[in-house]
Design a protein around this ligand. Structure first.
Ligand code: HEC
Ligand code: HEC
Length: 188
């Protein structure tokens, strides 16, 4: 009996220590990554601050990042990416030509990482907001329209912006997958 009691106390103490350790670690993390903190200056962000994993496939970035920012795959469902890649000969008024093998690789990359597979909080919100629709544009997604409805058309038509599709014009951290409003700067 006595021996058992002692081992339970040790277990209890260990659990308590572990808990305190986790809590301290959490506090340090917050400090480290705070705006202006060392983590921030290093350009590192804790994973939970990334809203959409940035584009990583080099072929995709080269082929699709020339005219606009290479949108994160998690911004659209897999089937939207397929629709877009199936109609590159008329891509929003532009003709995009990519050889069939590259197109296939890009399509696979985008579909494997689409909003329905990304598993992130923001991608799940996009899927819920779409409710089965397959949009051709990120800017057509209801939750995206809702988030941007306060921006007036005359702001969007400013030379430095052009349209809502130009995410990087306002989201200074878009290339890092961060769309948090703290890092929005609307150009004059
Ligand atoms: C020749 C230039 C060009 C290339 C290359 C190009 N795009 Fe585009 N893309 C455009 C234009 C122009 C628009 C419309 C932008 C606007 O409405 O302001 C657009 C819009 C888009 C949109 C919709 C953005 C929104 O409004 O939500 C997506 C998604 C997209 N492109 C994906 C791709 C993918 C994937 C590729 C590579 C296969 C690609 N683009 C290559 C010119 C290009
Ligand atoms: C004209 C400037 C502008 C452009 C262009 C723009 N945004 Fe935004 N975006 C904003 C502003 C301002 C907010 C903050 C709205 C609010 O919360 O009040 C925002 C909010 C968001 C949010 C929500 C962030 C959050 O934490 O709730 C996401 C996601 C987002 N934008 C993605 C995009 C994407 C993707 C594009 C390009 C397809 C884009 N935005 C283009 C200005 C812009």
């Amino acid at each position: 009996m006595k021996k058992r009691y002692v081992s339970f106390s040790i277990l209890g103490a260990l659990i308590l220590l572990f808990g305190i350790g986790l809590w301290v670690h959490h506090l340090e993390d917050q400090d480290f990554y705070q705006k202006g903190g060392p983590g921030w200056q290093m350009g590192n962000n804790p994973p939970e601050k990334v809203d959409f994993r940035p584009a990583s496939n080099p072929l995709y970035k080269n082929s699709c990042g020339g005219c606009h920012f290479p949108f994160s795959p998690g911004l659209l469902p897999a089937l939207s990416w397929k629709l877009i890649l199936d109609r590159l000969e008329n891509h929003f008024g532009e003709q995009v030509s990519i050889d069939p093998r590259s197109r296939e690789e890009i399509l696979n990359y985008l579909m494997e990482n689409g909003a329905d597979r990304a598993g992130s909080k923001k991608s799940t919100k996009i899927m819920n907001s779409l409710n089965g629709q397959i949009p051709l544009r990120i800017t057509e997604i209801p939750i995206m329209q809702k988030k941007h409805r306060g921006i007036k058309p005359e702001v969007l038509s400013r030379k430095a912006i052009g349209s809502l599709s130009n995410c990087v014009a306002c989201h200074t951290t878009a290339e890092r997958g961060i769309f948090n409003e703290d890092f929005v700067k609307i150009p004059d």
